[in-house]
Design a protein around this ligand. Sequence first.
Ligand code: SIN
Length: 493
Amino acid sequence: MNVQEWLGKIKNKDLFVSNGFVDGKWVTAKNGATFDVIEPSTEQVLGQVANLDRNDIRRAIASADGAGRKYYKSTTAGERGALLRKWYDAILANIDDLAIILCLENGKTLAEARGEIAYAASFVGWFSEEAIRAYGDTIPSSAANTTILTWKQPVGTCAVITPWNFPAAMVTRKVAPAMAVGCAVVIKPPSETPFTSLALTKLAVEVGIPARLMQVVPTKDREAATELATNPTIKKLSFTGSTGVGKMLSKLAAGTMKKVSMELGGNAPFIVFEDADIDVAVDAAMFCKFRCSGQTCVCANRFLVHKSVAKEFTEKFVERVKGLKMGPGMDPSTTIGPLINATAVRKVKEHVYDAVRLGATIEVGGGCPEGPGYYHEPTVLSNVSTEAAVATEETFGPLAPIFTFETEEQALSMANATQFGLAGYFFSNDIRRVLRVAAALEVGMVGINTGKISAAEAPFGGIKESGVGREGSMYGMAEYQVIKSVTIGNTDR
Ligand code: SIN
């Protein structure tokens, strides 16, 4: 099959949109400029998307700002929630087509893509219900005859910059809470995977979300995209991506004191203690290492295994990894897809090469098949040195390096020896250890005896250089609100 045949499987062809969405209209770039989107398993062009420029982005921001102010004044929280619910229903009604689009541009398997669309919808469903829960406070005043109230108001127009590894879920995890509280959004989708965001926008507009409230500005021009971090009309910038880009955007956003949410890189430890259930740990390792071919910021990056169970864990894990079938996401027999591009493959190769040079043993995988396709075999390394690059850098690929430890103290010190602090996982059946280690891990999210920590109801976010802010959950709306303190005096007169 080639890409055109796969595209032919989309039933609602209108969902495959290649224009930007600015000021309520689907637009091309003024000079007709486009950029190519590549299907990662074949390296064929999937489609061309309008490459908008700085002026288009400025126009989108100004238009969204007007729409946002009007929307907040003219709607109740319940009405905003009801509109989100319609979007949620539409996403689920189109799950098969959206999954094909996502699979084709990202490379993850069709089953995973379907799972991501359901995950994306869950944020819209969640915030459709949270919209009505923007409670404020009444505060006892230190002055007589005075009442102090707090109101939570929308922060203003939001810029949303999303990553290619979750083309659907990272849009909805940001846009749904913003809209629930009454903000307009300008979305810059990733240039590798813009089609899913455009399809989600198409559905939002179809169900009646006011057209100018949601604007999408695809661009490959990094300079033009910085407008989203510098334009004074933007009051909030929410970004998911690398720590390097997050720091650069945060500096730019500081110029106009924007509120920011930064969901950045990770280097998750996955600790298997001697009292762990090894089969549970192996199941979790398979999910949390190879989800999206290892390209999630919460993927286990370093496996720290107690010396006494290292042999058993490694043998069972390797056996399961041997059972993975690498191939195009659209092939139903595939269980692990390609990586996003050649740069991603190179990074994994470099980490494998470096670890082996420092004495690691390749237990399974280690190579890349001849092209086409951005493939790297799922790989497990044992006897990895803590000097190896993979001990401190995020691989963002299907590489599982196994390090060993002898004491809990040593495991914690290895786990925390990184500037990142997004997720951490550990496996133990000792309740005291569970509480001790969960408290000591320097991360924003801990998975204990599970590799699955992401859900609409669970706060998502990191500490250290993994970012600031929390997405999803009962805390997610606050990222798009400001607290206004209202003091009413002389109430006796
Ligand atoms: C990410 O990798 O950016 C998000 C992963 C998730 O939501 O589980």
